[in-house]
Design a protein around this ligand. Structure first.
Ligand code: F6P
Length: 500
């Protein structure tokens, strides 16, 4: 039997127009409805033969077995000897892990209730300190869902650049602020330095017991204790929850506070609905799997090095940066699980922005540039604003027009005015953006990332690529002689002092 990758690679590429003409049921067949979201893959080049080949590839790479291992809490991250149990946080997984996550969540809820009952006096400001997965998730949730909530002012500080912290606390009153230190490992340099500076800010602001206003969100509770956080204000989560998959755990604490506990629970339920869909739906009706087929087709057959996500909803403006970490840190790998070279492109470079702004900035390249960029549009049918409904109508009209234009193109005798068309897009349309649909949307992206990794045979759950830079920064910090190159030595000498 032929190699399914070569079947995929050799399948005839038909134009989008030809596919639509040949398949009257194409939109219905390639649109998946789940959890109040429709996922329309019809404007991709996935033809019946290509889909059949991908289904065979999924069988040969045992995507179903990998998925079963994921949900059973088995070790799917062998390089770190760990399971990946973010779905247990939403009640889907090994019973003991689901129970453990439930116990941690009860602890988290008790602290939310205590804060709301006034145990810390009046609290108006939440300063959340964390980086990467310990910041991007809560930031996305609060930015997307917290606009009308008005419960607390939340500032999320990640960058070690002091300007970020300075700006965040400029309008905060230390006496009515809580500081959340979010770090899975509780060792990350940026977070620990920002945490110490936040404590100094509380102290200088006249707070008698600065540590008394600190909450730690971590999978390393003993390190948080050593740092000085009181045991009652340490909210642990399991080591098997990866950083970029951790917003469902106590890392989501500021979101639970800002949005309310009920909203946080609804977020988890939305994600659980997507977990069940990913586990149970057959491949050709399975949104994360179909999306992964399209991802692999463009990356591995058509050589697309990038993928763009445009949120046609201001509330989802942080989605592209959230997805950058999720996809690029998970699947930006070159070797398979067994350490052998993967031999084909893995994660694309993910980028994007918000519509309609991006139309007036980067869409020129999408329509007429030389790169093939699969585009993803994300929008909600229900408006997120309270202005004249014409705003939202125009937003959706523009979103749909861009997808249509990318596909249809427009021929012209004038090469400058010619649009080649046949450019792919997917459209993800939420009935409304609420905690449930956002939970389902984020879980969809998690499972799509996992399905891509399974098809490639790579480990999406480690991130050794980020380590070397950290090690060199530490060596530089400690003045170790690392035999740095001449350029780096000159930079150090010029900016940080010392001899070249
Ligand atoms: O450096 C990468 C990384 O480990 C991410 O995977 C993680 O989300 C981030 O740093 C923050 O790590 P921590 O939560 O341990 O501070």
């Amino acid at each position: 039997m032929s190699d399914p990758w070569s079947v995929v690679e050799q399948a005839e590429t038909q134009s989008l127009k030809a596919l639509f003409a040949a398949e009257p049921d194409r939109v219905a067949r390639l649109t998946v409805e789940e959890a109040g979201i429709s996922f329309d893959f019809s404007k991709t080049h996935l033809s019946r033969p290509i889909l059949d080949a991908f289904v065979r590839l999924a069988e040969e790479t045992d995507l179903a077995g990998a998925r079963e291992a994921l949900f059973a809490g088995r070790i799917v991250n062998p390089t770190e000897g760990r399971a990946a149990e973010h779905s247990a946080e939403r009640g889907q997984g090994a019973p003991e892990s689901v129970a453990g996550a439930g116990a941690f969540r009860a602890r988290m809820r008790a602290l939310v209730d205590a804060i709301e009952a006034g145990a810390f006096g009046p609290v108006r400001h939440i300063l959340h300190i964390g980086i990467g997965g310990s910041a991007l998730g809560p930031d996305l949730l609060i930015d997307a869902l917290g606009r009308d909530a008005g419960r607390y002012d939340v500032a999320i500080v990640s960058n070690v650049d002091g300007a970020a912290l300075e700006e965040a606390v400029a309008d905060f009153d230390p006496h009515t602020s809580l500081v959340c230190i979010a770090s899975k490992t509780f060792t990350t340099t940026e977070t620990m330095l920002n945490a110490r500076s936040a404590l100094a800010w509380l102290d200088q602001g006249g707070v008698a017991d600065p540590y008394g206003r600190v909450v730690a969100l971590t999978a390393s509770p003993e390190r948080a204790l050593d740092f000085g956080v009181d045991e009652t204000r340490i909210l642990p989560f399991a080591e098997s929850v990866g950083g970029r998959y951790s917003l469902w755990s106590s890392i989501g604490f500021p979101a639970a506070l800002a949005l309310g506990w009920e909203a946080f629970e609804t977020l988890l339920e939305g994600a659980a609905a997507m977990d069940r869909h990913f586990r149970l739906a057959p491949p050709l009706e399975n949104a994360p799997i179909l999306a992964a087929f399209a991802d692999r087709y463009y990356a591995n057959v058509r050589g697309a090095g990038t993928r763009a996500v445009f949120a046609y909803d201001e509330r989802l403006r942080l989605l592209p940066s959230y997805l950058q970490q999720l996809i690029m840190e998970s699947n930006g790998k070159s070797v398979k699980l067994d350490g052998s070279p993967v031999g084909r492109a893995t994660a694309p470079i993910v980028w994007g922005g918000v519509g309609t702004d991006a139309q007036h900035a980067v869409f020129q390249l999408l329509h007429q540039g030389t790169h093939l960029v699969p585009v993803e549009f994300v929008a909600a049918i229900e408006a997120g604003d309270h202005l004249d409904e014409e705003h939202h109508r125009q937003l959706l009209i523009n979103c749909f027009a861009q997808g249509a234009a990318l596909m249809a193109g427009k021929a012209s005798d004038d090469p400058h005015r010619n649009y080649p068309g046949d450019r792919p897009s997917t459209t993800i349309l939420l009935d409304r953006l609420d905690p449930g649909s956002l939970g389902a949307l984020i879980a969809f992206y998690e499972h799509r990332t996992f399905a891509n990794a399974a098809l490639l045979g790579i480990n999406p759950f480690d991130q050794f690529g980020v380590e070397l830079g950290k090690q060199l920064a530490k060596a530089m910090d400690q003045g170790e002689d690392m035999d740095f190159d001449a350029s780096t030595r000159a930079l150090i000498a010029r900016a940080l002092g010392g001899s070249d």
